[in-house]
Design a binder for this molecule. Structure first.
Ligand SMILES: CC(C)(COP(=O)(O)OP(=O)(O)OC[C@H]1O[C@@H](n2cnc3c(N)ncnc32)[C@H](O)[C@@H]1OP(=O)(O)O)[C@@H](O)C(=O)NCCC(=O)NCCS
Length: 143
């Protein structure tokens, strides 16, 4: 699928908030999104088709480490490779060679995506998530 990547700014915050609400049981608020967009170490990438934002990734790059905080694709556009393209874009932009992220244990689809990209599990955070309570798997990738 032909998609375009772009740098997110405040003008995209409302669209991201909508995607957050669809994608996560505990979505980031508009204020959290705006705060992340203005963070010194923030990496904020959107993906669109024509003018429609269909996905995004938020990360923080600190020294040699990049932490992936959020990644989501509009449900109607999932299962077409957009999530993988988005992740590959963020990884190859090489914000830092070490990547970390955390994922709900039961989020099999996201876990398959990360493992396809080479992330390896580096531990479990027991009952880290709420709504519902669930453990988190810590993933790491060195490129
Ligand atoms: C996780 C997430 C970002 C993946 O996005 P996506 O765009 O669906 O990802 P992809 O399309 O690259 O891969 C998803 C599946 O579609 C398959 N696929 C990719 N292109 C395809 C195509 N052209 N035809 C059919 N299937 C395809 C992939 O093989 C993959 O299959 P799998 O689930 O059996 O491994 C998305 O599900 C999402 O936003 N989830 C909600 C938020 C979330 O959980 N984020 C992660 C938090 S840790």
């Amino acid at each position: 699928m032909q998609v375009e990547f772009f740098q997110l700014n405040n003008s995209h915050a409302a669209a991201i908030a909508e995607l957050e609400s669809e994608a996560f049981s505990v979505p980031w608020s508009l204020n959290q999104i705006l705060s992340e967009l203005s963070g010194t170490f923030s990496v904020c990438v959107g993906v669109r088709i024509a003018d429609k934002t269909i996905g995004y990734c938020f990360a923080r790059a600190l020294g040699t480490e990049t932490e992936i905080l959020r990644v989501a694709v509009l449900r109607a556009e999932q299962n077409r490779g957009v999530g993988e393209q988005l992740m590959r874009y963020v990884l190859t932009a090489a914000y830092a060679p070490e990547f970390y992220l955390e994922c709900r244990e039961g989020n099999a689809k996201a876990r398959r995506l990360y493992e396809r990209l080479g992330f390896v599990s580096g531990g479990v955070r027991k009952n880290y998530y709420e709504s519902p309570t669930e453990s988190g798997i810590i993933y790491k990738l060195s490129i």
